[in-house]
Ligand binder design. Structure first.
Ligand SMILES: [Zn+2]
Length: 221
């Protein structure tokens, strides 16, 4: 695992100051077909690297992927976020002993209130599903995969282009396959292949689509 530093961080919501972990550099050894990075060594170390990409305030549960120093919340935003975090069911249940995925959930809740793009919210849920897999929290992995699909489909409806369009379409397929919806997955792979055709920077994706389509066909049979 890379070098972990703890840096002083001020919460943009409640101004609580705490030390948040940051990983400077780390090595990956390829990706899984849902693009989850593979890390050398123990699964749990990889999980920790993924977790450090989201910061959550230990006092009020405000969470985001961005550096807290870059965030400037208006008094109204703070008020709305505070109410939302207070009444969130999962945060209420898990706040006292946070599971590894909780910060992602909190970042999703805050992201909704901060009107983040659906693609970004989907990305948060996808990352949460990676953490759940590495931590063997399988029911939560599926929950986050479903949520990621929902956001990605909304993002596709809002309009994506180029690489983002192809990768997002592929991910909807791959997440469906992982959830056992093999026919659905195959349709999305076909769509993804159509959007990436002829783009030389996406040959890796075309290879992945061919490989995963074959797998989904076998699983569907
Ligand atoms: Zn806070």
């Amino acid at each position: 695992m890379g070098e972990v530093k703890r840096v002083f961080t001020r919460c943009p919501m409640c101004e609580y100051v705490f030390k948040a972990p940051r990983v400077s550099t780390y090595v990956t050894v390829g990706r899984e077909p849902d693009l989850c990075p593979k890390f050398p060594g123990r699964q749990l170390d990889g999980s920790r690297v993924l977790q450090y990409s989201v910061t959550m305030c230990p006092s009020c549960s405000f969470a985001a992927r961005e550096d807290f120093g870059d965030l400037d919340l208006s008094p109204i935003e703070r008020y709305v976020l505070e109410e939302r975090l207070k009444e969130d069911g999962l945060l209420r249940v898990f706040r006292t002993s946070p599971p590894p995925w909780l910060a992602f959930h909190a970042a999703e809740v805050c992201g909704q209130e901060r009107a983040l793009a659906a693609r970004e919210l989907g990305d948060l849920c996808l990352r949460a599903s990676w953490v759940c897999r590495k931590e063997r929290e399988y029911p939560f992995e599926s929950t986050f995969q479903l949520r990621a699909i929902r956001y990605f489909m909304r993002a596709l409806k809002d309009g994506l282009v180029g690489r983002e369009l192809s990768v997002t379409t592929y991910l909807v397929g791959e997440l469906n396959r992982r959830l056992g919806n093999h026919r659905e997955a195959l349709n999305w792979y076909v769509n993804a292949a159509r959007t990436s055709e002829g783009d030389p920077s996406l040959t890796w994706l075309e290879r992945l689509i061919t490989q995963q389509s074959k797998l989904a066909r076998e699983q569907a049979a």
